[in-house]
Design a protein around this ligand. Structure first.
Ligand code: NAP
Length: 326
């Protein structure tokens, strides 16, 4: 039997293009003792993948990545056929894995499986830990979130609303802006593509900013720094404006000095100790409708490169996913 993989075949220059990738079919043997065969159901494409394409991702090998799959053949009694699993096996349509290298997923039957790829997955935990732990968010504070219409940002703004904060979201389309105001219920939203970011931010943050949840860098960070309050926090989650090469410079870092601003980077795996509390909180919030979500689901394994590329033009509303198999 053959199975498809997505390979990187050359290092992208700037924003990746379809020709940087190739779909390759490989032979798939039967699982040996202790092994399982996994059929991919949903694959994640994520901004962090872009910097990896410069060096870490090997050429002519399956692209890195995570997803949810189903066990279709098993030689590991701990992971029987039909089990749903999370995996980090990359962009592979079907693959062999050690049974103990996949994580069994027992989804709540009242929730769609796809939420385990975002709100109840890595991007949700990133928003939760980044805001509550690194951002040390307090009730009623003044919060600004960039890429607010995306996977991490849309959860971060809503957690801040649950904590009774005044929340401003920055996004790149009027459609996402409308969703943030009308569905996520935030207080103000800015379209950075059509508005002067500094002027717009000043207008909607009359009490300054206590927590700026940073996902973009460059001009976004520059515009936010002069609005920071004394003892403000900047959880540095991402800097997507720099991932495709030289981004805009940041000139206003000196604003941090007298304002005693703390900026701290983090990665979602730092929050393993929060995981149980996160799952309990997020499951309850989703069921109560306190956290809403959007998904852009691109059908077909062969569309995975297109989905990844789309992240850099803002094609996704909420989490960008690829559906491989129903
Ligand atoms: P996402 O926001 O769902 O998708 C990316 C979005 O970024 C796009 O839809 C686009 O939305 C915006 N964007 C793309 N290029 C931009 C640019 N040059 N300037 C401004 N906005 C741009 O992705 P995500 O997975 O939630 O990730 C968001 C950020 O969090 C990224 O920086 C990512 O690296 C970071 N992150 C960090 C961790 C961690 O562990 N530290 C984990 C997950 C994600 P617009 O329409 O708004 O432009």
């Amino acid at each position: 039997m053959q199975a498809r993989q997505i390979h990187l075949i050359r290092r992208p220059k700037g924003v990746p293009v379809a020709e940087d990738f190739k779909i390759v079919s490989v032979d798939l043997a039967d699982p040996q003792a202790g092994e399982v065969e996994v059929e991919a159901l949903l694959l994640s494409v994520d901004p962090y993948m872009r910097p990896r394409l410069n060096a870490d991702q090997a050429l002519h090998e399956a692209m890195l990545g995570t997803g949810i799959g189903r066990i279709v053949k098993s030689r590991d009694p701990a992971v029987p056929e039909g089990t749903l699993v999370r995996h980090a096996a990359g962009m592979r349509e079907r693959f062999l894995s050690a049974g103990n290298a996949v994580r069994i997923l027992r989804p709540d039957p009242a929730l769609p499986l796809s939420v385990y790829m975002h709100a109840l997955g890595g991007t949700g935990l990133t928003a939760y830990g980044g805001l509550l732990k690194i951002g040390a968010l307090q009730e009623g504070e003044q919060v600004v979130v960039s890429t607010a219409g995306g996977a991490v940002g849309s959860v971060a703004v809503q957690i801040a609303k649950i904590r009774q904060c005044h929340v401003v979201g920055i996004t790149g389309s009027d459609g996402k802006l409308a969703w943030l105001l009308e569905q996520a219920g935030i207080d103000a939203a800015i379209n950075y593509r059509t508005q002067d970011l500094s002027a717009a931010l000043a207008a909607v943050t009359p009490k300054g900013i206590d927590v700026y949840f940073e996902n973009v860098g460059g001009a976004h960070l520059d515009a936010s720094l002069p609005r920071m309050n004394v003892n403000g926090r900047i959880p540095l989650c991402g800097m997507i404006s720099t991932y495709n090469g030289a981004g805009e410079g940041v000139n206003n870092l000196s604003e941090m000095i007298y304002r005693r601003v703390r900026m701290q980077g983090f990665v979602s795996t730092d929050f393993a100790s929060l995981s149980d509390q996160f799952v309990e909180d997020m499951t309850a919030w989703l069921k109560a409708g306190q956290i809403k979500y959007q998904e852009t689901v691109i059908p077909g394994f062969e569309s995975t490169p297109e989905a990844l590329i789309g992240l850099f033009s803002g094609r996704n509303s909420g989490k960008m996913l690829v559906s491989v198999c129903n």
